[in-house]
Design a protein around this ligand. Structure first.
Ligand SMILES: *Cc1c(COP(=O)(O)O)cnc(C)c1O
Length: 405
């Protein structure tokens, strides 16, 4: 017996975790992690199977681009592997500052702050800018990192129906005499439906009701707008969005997130955004890869890659439609194939994988219950024959499961 005496019960206090896990496995909604051997590419080896990869956010194929690779390796040789401190102590390297300037210029704004991820950019920024007296008006399908940031801020959160300007205005009318600050926030491109936010309309509402306007362009950066400058550029809403968030982990091909806005906003975030203050900055290799990526986007090669992404998207959607698939919401390279039942969506994904196509199923809590789907993402790096083959396999497996007739 230990000096602390015998325990009151022999029960493992984490027993409930094991029980929940067993339930999820029994329902067929606990997929295993797929393990990638080799590089993130359009055809690659997951769990020892060669598959056509429709699962990554590597929109432009930059994860393995030679210019980014070279910049990264050189940064490691010259500057080592770590930043060694948080940005506000000793972890601000020259290349962090250069990257921020480069992104600000690319986005045509005064200033930019880079975070460790898109998630921390959202969560850290919303909770720094808003407080408990304030109001957040949020699209119902906004990303989890926005939702967490809103909760951390302790502000009042009101949710409007997806992309519904009337519903958004209803909330703004009801809260017209609100005393605190007000923020309208939306994803630029919605990650699970592939549709685009009604940005000009939301900017109009923000202006009419005196709100701060914020857009999370994680899936729009490198995809929409000139050279992938995002939804603000796509809709020509320059100057109307106070906070533009982007990620460096998707089309940019590396890792990180950023916020663009006025110089004062960014200087304020340097002082108040908790992930910036309390978590170490990017290693040199990551910052250097991002610099190379923006240099590329700003060049004719970058424009060509974005064009190729859209041409591939159009081609693949046409091939899927020929085979009876519908995906009404999608306006981007994100293609959601509605299944409904989560277990069936996971079965669809599993069978596709066995047949040589990797497209993940998404179910609760990533999407609402009963709205499970398969999500396929096209990239500029896919070859036509790969996309054609993927569409054929999707058609065959979809028919065998009764998802298409
Ligand atoms: C992926 C994503 C993020 C998070 O970005 P990371 O850099 O992967 O942390 C934030 N918002 C949206 C809409 C996303 O899709």
């Amino acid at each position: 017996m230990s000096e602390f005496g015998t325990p009151a019960t022999n029960k493992n206090p984490l027993q409930y975790v094991s029980e929940t896990l067993q339930e999820l496995r029994a329902k067929g909604v606990a997929p295993k992690l797929r393990v990638l051997e080799g590089e993130q590419k359009s055809v690659c080896l997951f769990d020892g199977h060669e598959v056509i990869n429709l699962a990554s956010n590597n929109y432009l194929g930059l994860t393995s681009h030679k210019a980014l690779r070279k910049a990264s390796v050189e940064a490691v040789k010259k500057l080592g592997v770590g930043a060694g401190a948080v940005r506000t102590i000793a972890g601000t390297m020259k290349l962090h500052m250069e990257l921020e300037e480069q992104i600000a210029k690319f986005k045509q704004v005064e200033a930019c702050v880079v975070f460790q991820s898109g998630f921390t950019a959202n969560a850290g920024t919303v909770s720094a800018v808003l407080g408990k007296e304030d109001l957040i008006v949020s699209d119902e399908l906004n990303h989890a990192s926005i939702i967490d940031g809103a909760r951390l801020s302790k502000a009042t959160i009101k949710v409007f129906k997806h992309k519904d300007l009337e519903d958004c205005e209803r909330i703004l009318k009801e809260t017209a005499d609100w005393n605190g600050h007000k923020l309208i926030i939306t994803d630029g491109v919605f990650s699970m439906d592939g549709d685009i936010a009604p940005l000009p309309g939301l900017c109009g509402l923000a202006e009419k009701y005196g709100c701060i306007m914020m857009v999370d362009d994680a899936h729009a950066s490198g995809v929409l707008g000139r050279g992938g400058r995002g939804t603000v550029d796509h809709f020509n809403c320059h100057g109307r969005v106070h906070l533009q968030v982007g990620t460096l982990s998707k089309a940019i091909g590396a890792m990180g997130g950023y916020v663009c806005g006025s110089r004062d906003l960014i200087d304020f975030l340097y002082l108040r955004a908790r992930p910036f203050l309390f978590s170490t900055s990017h290693p040199p290799a990551t910052a250097a890869a991002c610099q190379a990526a923006f240099a590329l986007l700003d060049s004719p090669e970058g424009e060509k890659l974005v064009k190729k992404l859209w041409a591939n998207t159009k081609f693949f959607k046409r091939e899927l439609k020929k085979r009876g698939f519908q995906f009404k919401t999608s306006e981007t390279p994100i293609i959601p194939i509605h299944v409904g039942d989560a277990a069936k969506a996971f079965e669809f994904s599993r069978k596709l994988f066995e047949a040589g196509v990797f497209a993940p199923a998404v179910g609760y809590p990533t999407v609402a219950e009963g709205k499970a789907r398969l999500r396929a993402i096209v990239s500029a790096a896919h070859k036509r024959e790969q996309l054609l083959k993927a569409a054929e396999i999707l058609g065959e497996v979809g028919r065998s499961l009764g998802i298409v007739s």
